[in-house]
Design a protein around this ligand. Structure first.
Ligand code: FAD
Length: 342
């Protein structure tokens, strides 16, 4: 499932770097581990890992971790831990893995922090609008269907007790959707696995969420581009030089349908029960954690370029909004983001 993927300017930068200031043999050795996960792809670049590191074994450990997270947190796998919780006709405490409890607890904290703009109980609306595992739609749902789905929304209706560990829902038809958080979490877990195996210079990317450690193969900060929110082509909007950071982008130009001249994308405003309708086309967030960046990018896209930019500035979030205007795409960014851009 495509999404606004921060173009790895590394490929572009590599062309510029190689032509401008170095020969291929000046670049450090770089290895890539790649595969499929969570309905998308992943790529892990290792730069000059110690020769004694078992790269094949490390690739297997990474893949096992991603399979585990998918099996725990997917709403596309009806046997996942999360799907079993969603299907449970119970408002009692339900035992879950410590990892799922911790992820849901962190996601609920972000829902609180964003006053519900990011809300993991938004799943019934995501599915009603055709952006979940139940399949796509081409005509917007009726108002009464939206009202009915909205009665199932509200992060405050989910509780965690990770000392047990267990989670519970205040009404049986609550349906948790971790799609705007768990991919970022998987990036963080992969980065931490690399660091635990003494790999300091890396880039981990899963379906557009990414995190970099140390430097690239040219011995420089990783050059990560944000692309313009264009429907059918890929163009660079800006390039950031990053190290030890995570980046996530949420946008309305990869996963949407149009009806009667209106665009309906997969970022849902829990307050209205509808896809966001403002002129903000995409938001990129840079943070220490990919899970936080993932959720905050979704929250800021829901809040929109006015309220979202104010929220990001107040919270010290490095955020870049790409907004459609009569004269084309314009960027509005916080000081924290401006400091990262070339
Ligand atoms: P993002 O902008 O990161 O997230 C948008 C998604 O977040 C929406 O699709 C919706 O699900 C949710 N959302 C929308 N509004 C809000 C809101 N206000 N608050 C909180 N969340 C909101 N896709 C497949 O097609 N097949 C699979 O097998 C599959 N397996 C998956 C397994 C896991 C564990 C996860 C986490 C996701 C899986 N997905 C699968 C979904 C896919 O990987 C992406 O998660 C999906 O495309 C949305 O992520 P994104 O990065 O594209 O967009």
């Amino acid at each position: 499932m495509a999404k606004p993927v921060p173009l790895l300017a590394e490929m572009l930068a590599a062309a510029v770097l190689l032509s401008a200031c170095e020969s291929p043999n000046e670049r450090l050795p770089e290895y890539e581990l790649a595969g499929q996960t969570m309905g998308t792809t992943y790529s892990v670049k290792l730069v000059a890992p110690d020769e004694n590191i078992d790269r094949i074994g490390l690739g297997e450990k990474l893949h096992e971790k991603l399979v585990y997270i998918d099996g725990s947190m997917s709403t596309y796998d009806q046997n996942s831990e999360l799907s079993r919780f969603n299907a449970a006709e119970s408002t009692d405490w339900i035992s879950v893995s410590a990892e799922l409890c911790s992820v849901i607890s962190s996601a609920l904290d972000l829902s609180s922090r964003t006053d519900g703009a990011f809300d993991i109980t938004v799943g019934p609306l995501v599915n009603l609008w055709g952006f979940g595992p139940e399949g796509v739609i081409s005509v917007p749902p009726a108002d009464d269907q939206i009202t009915a789905a909205r009665s199932r929304i509200g992060f405050e209706k989910v509780s965690t007790d990770c000392g047990l560990p267990a989670i519970k829902k205040d009404q049986t038809d609550i349906y948790v959707d971790l799609s705007a958080f768990a991919k970022g979490y998987a990036v963080d877990q992969s980065a931490e696995l690399l660091e635990a195996n003494d790999v300091a210079n890396y880039l981990v990317e899963i379906g557009g969420e990414l995190r970099v450690g140390g430097h690239n193969a040219a011995g420089k900060p990783w050059a990560i581009a944000v692309e313009k929110p264009l429907d059918n082509t890929r163009e660079v909007q800006s390039v950031m030089n990053l190290t030890n950071s995570a980046v996530a982008t949420s946008g309305d130009y990869r996963n949407f349908f149009e009806y009667d001249g209106n665009r309906y994308s997969h970022t849902i405003d829990p307050r209205s029960g509808r896809p966001v309708t403002h002129e903000g086309a995409a938001v990129t967030v840079v943070s220490d954690s990919a899970a936080d960046a993932d959720a905050l990018a979704t929250a800021l896209l829901v809040l929109g370029p006015d309220d979202g930019l104010k929220f990001a500035a107040n919270q010290g979030i490095a955020a870049n909004f790409l907004v459609r205007t009569d004269s084309g795409i314009e960027h509005q960014r916080t000081a924290g983001f401006s400091a990262l851009v070339n």
